[in-house]
Design a protein around this ligand. Sequence first.
Ligand code: ADP
Length: 381
Amino acid sequence: QSVNELSTRVEESTETVNAERNRLDSVLTHMADGVLAANRRGEVTIINQAAADFVGVDREEAIGQHVVDLLHLRGKRTLRDMLENLDDFQVDLSDAGKEVVVQAYVSLIKRQSGFISGLVVVLHDITEQQRIDSERRMFVSNVSHELRTPLTSVRSYVDALAEGAINDPEMAQNFLDVVQDETQRMIRMINDLLELSRLDQGTMDVKLEVVNLNSLFNFVLNRFDMIIENDAKNADTPNKSYNIKREFTNEDVWAEVDPDKFTQVLDNIMNNAVKYSPDGGTITARLIKTKTRAILSISDQGLGIPRKDLDNIFNRFFRVDKSRSRAQGGTGLGLAISKEVVEKFNGRIWVDSVENKGSTFYISLAYVDDADLEEDDWDAE
Ligand code: ADP
């Protein structure tokens, strides 16, 4: 009877141990952090999928490898360092062919007697955090730089005025004009920054409405046509001459956007098309409907954008030619804002360009079906 009882108990405890192990296995498998254990000689005995992915080897392959080799720490850190100094440290896994940086936390596996039988390393992915940190540092440095340039110029003109230029009316007027321009630019930049910050924090008021894109796009283009007409009349204010061609689908295209914000985006792209084009160019505005998307595009015959810069064009403060953009009063933030805004409408914005030939900016949006529109009307009634 005793033997039977004992055997039942042994069976029960084996089951408990197995259940525990399964639970541990499943925790390890589903952890986003990498975990690996090694014996006191440093040979890996357990490794979860996340850790294997970080170092770029199969789990089976990793078992038995030395932990220092597996983490590409040769020459930087020894097993002894890891056992004696339990501070966490960073591991750059670019050596393993992965663009990943992880923070490694080490703890020891100790028996009750105090004998150290191995170690456990937890790897936490900090790549994204590092990217954000470096972007933030860069952003602060960019903002400071961008504001310092106009401020320095304002100061030197004000100094010159104070030192006597104020007595020469013509020169004084010139200097004041410059000061006015620079201050305007700083105000524009601060406004752009505030707008970006509202977009980042999600506190921007976005009022989505189903809008007829044909009319909205036309409205924006009409204003530019008006500017051209006015310029032609006032020949004494020589501005650029250009003409606008419309290639719109005959169908009505509806999409859900914030009309004010979307107008700003189109304005910005149109302004750029004028700004970065020589005289006499044609700007072509297109609106087409594909199977699932509405696509608006604006093509110019201007300077174009070098291929290497195409990916950066929507980054904050990025300009192909800083001095030209500044001379035109640009802040380098317009396209960054446009991108954020279009993404708020679940749209996409991108550019295609050939240097010295011209650029085409595209915006694609999901369109609202005419049939759905009619249904909405019925619902409303
Ligand atoms: P900016 O205030 O400098 O115009 P944007 O964010 O609107 O800032 O544009 C960023 C940069 O992209 C510009 O400085 C310019 O170099 C380039 N760019 C934008 N639109 C065009 C275009 N239509 N043709 C050529 N380059 C352009």
